[in-house]
Ligand binder design. Structure first.
Ligand code: CA
Length: 419
């Protein structure tokens, strides 16, 4: 596969070649605007729009490209947003002179990554968190229930999920305070209140939808991708001790709503198309509304690093998005099958993505197996859960031969509990 050549300098092996062209929101000189990224440079899309480069695709488009979130851009629909993505790709490719001949505009639209601050790419409307990795669900079932019946009876029949909280989803770089809450450390002793002692991350990917549907309508599984704009890395921070006490019978509540972190660039499904792979075999065969054939998963390598204050980061997990048992299309078909409408900017977490081996588990709970197998870090300190001032960094990158399409980082530092 030969890569598209550019007239700007793209470092060899960059996760942001012309094949990627993700979308995000930058803050530059106190102004928020839609942007893309190529190599180590950020492309200010407002400047390109103002110079008329997108007029053929969307007439009178300055309003869309001066918004502080991507919601209006995403709501244009995939036909138009794809056309914009391809136009950006064309403008920076070596065999197109539309922009390279206009150095003033080119200089104004290209910014060093270090010059800008990355902001929340979308205003998240509704947020759903699934539980779709069979390895993760099995591990949790073994640890907390019964190794012989680790998966609950519904698990292989539907993508289990719950409706989460969107107000506390924040962008990479935002610190999160250790949450406080009720726990019951010992079943025969009183309930206590205080900062969580079992703070964990969950390695997830999340997709963002485009297009509003009508209440009462469902999205067929074969049409689901036309509603998926793109993906981000998602760290669904979780307080395991609070979760264990509160989750019966309605599911997680405060143990997961104190902060979840996303990576700033939304990588489109189109950029990820070369990395499609078949998912695991589904047995029993799902009901017809969830049934699909072909390569519906995406091969995206995932890494988690834990970095104590003043120490080097340690790689503590390597997983892959391709392990998901339930695909994104099945998740969206299931989400809407009862008639729930969706809207542009909704976010759907995959659920913790664990692989088959112990070094590919997607949470501290599993990596340290409920606290029984501590992890040793680069500074020789040990962890079974996250400490204050630890930074969790997640990375995601799809690779095929020379081609890389990456997401950058999803990073957050844990701050002490507020008084
Ligand atoms: Ca989760």
């Amino acid at each position: 596969m030969s890569m598209i050549k550019s007239w700007i300098d793209i470092p060899h092996g960059s996760e942001f070649p012309l094949e990627n062209i993700p979308f995000g929101i930058i803050k530059h000189q106190n102004s928020l605007r839609p942007a893309s990224r190529i190599g180590d440079l950020v492309v200010d899309l407002y400047v390109l729009a103002e110079a008329g480069y997108f007029d053929q695709i969307i007439p009178n488009n300055l309003d869309v490209f001066s918004q502080p979130t991507l919601n209006s851009f995403i709501s244009l629909g995939k036909r138009k947003t794809n056309a914009i993505r391809l136009r950006i790709q064309e403008l920076f490719s070596a065999d197109c002179s539309d922009l390279s001949d206009k150095p003033k505009v080119a200089n104004r639209c290209l910014l060093a990554f270090s010059e800008v601050e990355m902001m929340m790419p979308v205003q998240v409307g509704d947020y759903t968190d699934f539980y779709s990795s069979i390895e993760h669900a099995t591990n949790v079932g073994i640890m907390f229930r019964d190794p012989a019946n680790a998966l609950l009876p519904n698990w292989r029949h539907l993508p289990v999920g719950y409706h989460g909280r969107s107000s506390s989803i924040v962008v990479s770089g935002t610190g999160i305070h250790r949450p406080k809450g009720q726990t019951r450390p010992h079943d025969d002793q009183p309930v206590v209140f205080g900062p969580t002692r079992q703070l964990d991350f969950e390695l997830e990917m999340a997709f963002i939808t485009t297009g509003d549907t009508q209440l009462g309508n469902s999205i067929p599984v074969e049409e689901a991708e036309s509603h998926i704009f793109g993906l981000v890395i998602f760290n669904d921070l979780s307080a395991r001790d609070i979760q264990k006490w509160e989750y019966v019978p309605l599911g997680p509540f405060l143990s997961k709503s104190f902060g979840s972190v996303i990576s700033p660039w939304i990588v489109t499904l189109e950029a990820l198309a070369p990395f499609r792979v078949e998912g695991p075999e589904q047995l029993p065969e799902p009901l017809p509304y969830l049934r699909q054939k072909g390569a519906n998963n995406y091969d995206i390598g995932l890494e988690v690093y834990l970095q104590p204050e003043k120490a080097e980061p340690s790689l503590i997990s390597r997983s892959n998005f391709k392990y998901m048992y339930w695909s994104m299309q099945q998740q969206l078909a299931h989400q809407t099958v009862a008639g729930c409408n969706i809207r542009t900017g909704d976010l759907y977490g995959s659920g913790t993505i664990s692989g088959p081996t112990p070094d590919s588990f997607g949470s501290m709970l599993e990596l340290c197996w409920k606290g029984t197998r501590p992890i040793t870090l680069s500074d020789n300190s040990q962890r079974i859960f996250i400490h204050d001032k630890d930074t969790i960094v997640m990375k995601a990158c799809a690779t095929k031969g020379e081609l890389k399409v990456g997401f950058g980082e999803c990073s957050t530092t844990i701050l002490p509990a507020k008084q």
